[in-house]
Design a binder for this molecule. Structure first.
Ligand code: SF4
Length: 370
């Protein structure tokens, strides 16, 4: 199994909470960037063993800003080196206001069969506050338009714990999202990332973090509402109808090899080597040979830690029989207090978070790590 990730670090404007690498440079740069992506693809396709891929993910930034001609060029370049498995999952991220009939028409010549849309909230004031370009009606219309264009596999992203967001606001967001007949929902608690506008507002005392009790109530509601709607809670922040979990993200959590192309993209060879392209669009476009990057050879300890961190976030938990004996002993000894107070449990040789454990998952994960 192999996955392909293509990073498109362009946005029309910046949202105040976001620390992803992206630029607001214009269309000329996009064309140069796609040519550079094609060059990197030609140079690095052998990073993956075998030429078959089971997922492709185009993320950003805002890939829905990519003109359809350039998007088609990109898929043509991919097809020179890779073959899609039958039933492959091919996702593109989109901002709701980019999802027009014309944009959807442009997808028709591509293998895209899944859209991940950044709704974030349906509250107009909050959307405006966090710097999103769209309004709530645009999200509703965009989901409808995708389905009419034959793409039913739609995921929405929501954020909870926004400044001044009430429990009723959140309930409304979740209800409205689920009423749109989507297949997948990702819901993240707002975090105040270093060097974002939101973080500087926090430091100046202009906004406050949501209190813990409210965040917990919001998350509890999310779990029960999605469960009532038939969604499976398959990862801490991810919920899907049966058969619609994100296969691309799941492959990250399962240690599948992936090739990441683009400025700021990461790759993993499935064994010990990770590579991170530098987050620098101009250096990426101007690279004559290999694009600027850093590689890391993972130590045994780093491999163990990553295994714990990624697996414990999923509902399947940590498959204990996949750990070397010493690691398994270490893991179980560190898990002991959490097993005793029912924050962890063992199910079919898998160490899993209980519902209660999910709320303190960061502490538990860091305690199980070396
Ligand atoms: S949240 Fe998305 S649209 Fe907003 S700045 Fe970040 S990458 Fe761009």
């Amino acid at each position: 199994m192999n996955s392909l990730y293509l990073h498109f670090p362009f946005c029309k404007s910046r949202c105040i909470y976001c620390d992803f690498y992206s630029t607001t440079l214009g269309q000329d740069m996009m064309a140069l960037y796609i040519r550079a992506l094609e060059r990197e693809l030609a140079k690095r396709h052998n990073y993956l063993k075998g030429s078959r891929v089971h997922t492709i993910y185009i993320g950003g930034g805002t890939p829905s800003l990519l003109p359809s001609g350039l998007l088609n060029d990109l898929f043509k370049a991919i097809s020179l080196f890779f073959t899609l498995e039958p039933e492959a999952e091919v996702t593109i991220e989109a901002n709701p206001d980019d999802v027009t009939e014309e944009w959807l028409e442009g997808l028709k010549g591509t293998p895209v069969n899944r859209i991940s849309m950044g709704a974030q909230t349906f509250n107009e004031k909050l959307l405006h506050f966090i710097g999103r370009r769209h309004n709530s009606q645009q999200t509703i219309d965009a989901v409808k338009a995708c389905k009419e264009a034959g793409i039913a596999n739609i995921s929405l992203d929501l954020i909870y714990g926004l400044p001044n967001q009430t429990f009723e606001d959140w309930k409304h967001d979740v209800e409205l999202a689920l009423s749109l007949d989507i297949k997948h929902l990702s819901a993240y608690s707002l975090s105040f990332e270093e060097d974002t506008k939101l973080d500087s507002m926090l430091k100046k005392g202009l906004v406050r973090e949501a209190d813990e009790e409210l965040s917990r109530k919001m998350y509890d509601h999310l779990i029960s509402a999605t469960s009532k709607a038939g969604f499976l809670h398959y990862e801490i922040s991810n919920f899907a109808l049966p058969g619609y979990h994100s296969r691309h993200n799941s492959s990250y959590w399962q240690g599948t090899p992936y090739l990441g192309l683009g400025a700021g993209a990461h790759s993993y060879d499935g064994t010990r080597s990770r590579r991170a392209n530098n987050p620098d669009i101009m250096a990426y476009i101007n690279a004559k040979e290999d694009v600027p990057h850093e590689t890391e050879v993972l130590s045994d300890e780093a491999i163990y830690n990553e295994f714990i961190m990624t697996r414990l976030r999923t509902s399947n938990g940590i498959p204990l029989d996949e750990l070397a004996e010493k690691d398994r002993e270490y893991c179980l000894s560190m898990a002991e207090p959490y097993l005793s107070n029912a924050l962890l449990h063992i199910k079919n040789e898998h160490l899993c978070l209980t519902k209660e454990g999910i709320f303190t998952s960061n502490n538990i994960i860091s305690d199980l790590m070396k």
